[in-house]
Design a protein around this ligand. Structure first.
Ligand SMILES: Cc1cc2nc3c(=O)[nH]c(=O)nc-3n(C[C@H](O)[C@H](O)[C@H](O)COP(=O)(O)OP(=O)(O)OC[C@H]3O[C@@H](n4cnc5c(N)ncnc54)[C@H](O)[C@@H]3O)c2cc1C
Length: 381
């Protein structure tokens, strides 16, 4: 059964929103070309400033450098930063999922070692799930980690690894036991330092010309045994719970938000009926998706299982992100023809978003896979 609890933000959360807006306004120099896509801006200095504000690891206990706040406060901060086009990619994955994974399944020693650096905005993580020929079908990963004394010896290749060339650590899904009839057995997660001997990171250029993701090759990489996250063999359960964090946040429907901002700006106070209809259509989608994402944040706060609801937010949100530039394009050309210089920002964010948009429905799980998760959750398969 699908469940979306009705949730409203508290006055405290709305007050925090104002603080984030003031912070963003004071740091515009970090946003020369604002873009709402969470992978486009890697700015360590900006991440560290967010860390000083207590806006990374916001829901984590203070003992690890967190701020002991709720998922609602975290959502307010993330949506304001994305809407402004702030550069958040450096700490994004560590804050969104590596930290929560360690809090839930990691050892006390791992939490003490890794979490404070994340909350300071200094320590960055990658996700090591996908492999060549093994993206959607994660259970068939082939990278092995073989026990050898106090260490594991890792061999294999990960691919599409966002920011591995800039990050410090990668949490890899590896096979610690030989494949068996139970495809989900024998998988584990392990933290690897990306500067370890035997780790080779090769950037892959995307269609927009950016180098955001990579191929990461592990050749006889020795990693101490205490880097295994959770129980050896529990990797499948951990990875699937991690995906709920990966799929439900505002980044799954805000990637094209700057296109909307610039559209509204150039349409001005007297939009034509077509322009007004387009703006209203886009705004209505945003409001609905936002309520759904907020609802998932509320259910995460209560410790509920939100795998299906998170998949639905991502599926609807990603499709909308792809359609938004199309809706905008249909009402903008005349305006641009009249005054090209005035529409420079629109053109920049529009073309960048268009080039990135094929990835929206791939990263974090493809459209077909999400629809399968939703259908299963509804008891339809
Ligand atoms: C920008 C970007 C960043 C990424 N960052 C990371 C990262 O940091 N770490 C990481 O591990 N991965 C990352 N990925 C990889 C991403 O998770 C995979 O691309 C995705 O899971 C799909 O896997 P695949 O590319 O192997 O495609 P495949 O799994 O080969 O799928 C190909 C097509 O077949 C469809 N398909 C596959 N199986 C089924 C099925 N059972 N039923 C119906 N249709 C099916 C898919 O939907 C898709 O359309 C990133 C991808 C992108 C685009």
């Amino acid at each position: 059964m699908l469940q979306f609890d009705r949730v409203s933000l508290s006055p405290e959360s709305e007050a925090l929103r104002e603080q984030v807006r003031e912070f963003v306004a004071a740091h515009r120099d970090h946003m020369p070309r604002p873009n709402s896509d969470f992978v486009t801006g890697h700015d360590a200095e900006f991440s560290q400033k967010l860390g000083q504000q207590g806006w990374i690891g916001m829901t984590w206990p203070a003992v690890y450098g967190g701020s002991d706040q709720s998922n609602f406060e975290r959502l307010v901060v993330t949506e304001e930063l994305l809407a402004a086009g702030a550069p958040v990619s450096a700490h994004w994955i560590a804050d969104r999922q590596s930290g929560p994974l360690l809090l839930r399944f990691g050892s006390e020693a791992q939490r003490e070692k890794y979490l404070p650096g994340i909350t300071r905005g200094e320590s960055y993580f990658s996700i090591g799930m996908s492999e060549p020929d093994t993206g959607s079908d994660l259970a068939s990963v082939r990278t092995t980690a073989v026990a050898e004394g106090d260490a594991y010896r890792i061999n294999g290749t990960k691919i599409w690894t966002t920011d591995a060339h800039r990050n410090h650590y990668i949490i890899c899904l590896v096979r610690t036991e030989a494949p068996s009839e139970n495809r989900h057995a024998g998988l584990s997660q392990i933290i690897v330092d990306l500067r370890n001997d035997g780790v080779k990171v090769r950037p892959i250029r995307n269609m927009a010309g950016g180098e955001d993701f990579n191929e990461v090759v592990f050749e006889d990489v020795l990693v101490p045994k205490d880097r295994i996250v959770g129980e050896p063999g529990n990797g499948w359960q951990q990875v699937t719970s991690e995906l709920a964090y990966e799929r439900s946040g505002p980044e799954r429907f805000l990637s094209a938000f700057r296109v909307f901002v610039e559209l509204v700006r150039i349409c001005g106070d007297n939009p034509s009926p077509h322009q007004a209809a387009a703006i209203g259509r886009i705004a209505a989608h945003f409001m609905t998706l936002r309520r759904m994402s907020l609802s998932v944040a509320g259910m995460l706060e209560q410790g509920k299982d939100v795998v299906v609801e998170a998949a639905l937010v991502k599926e609807l949100g990603n499709n909308f992100e792809k359609v938004l530039p199309e809706i905008a394009r249909l009402v903008v050309p005349d305006l641009c023809a009249n005054d090209p210089a005035r529409h420079k920002l629109f053109r920049e964010t529009f073309s960048e978003t268009l080039m990135l948009s094929p990835s929206f429905t791939l990263r974090g799980g493809t459209r077909e896979i999400l629809r399968g998760v939703i259908a299963r959750g509804l008891g339809l398969r």
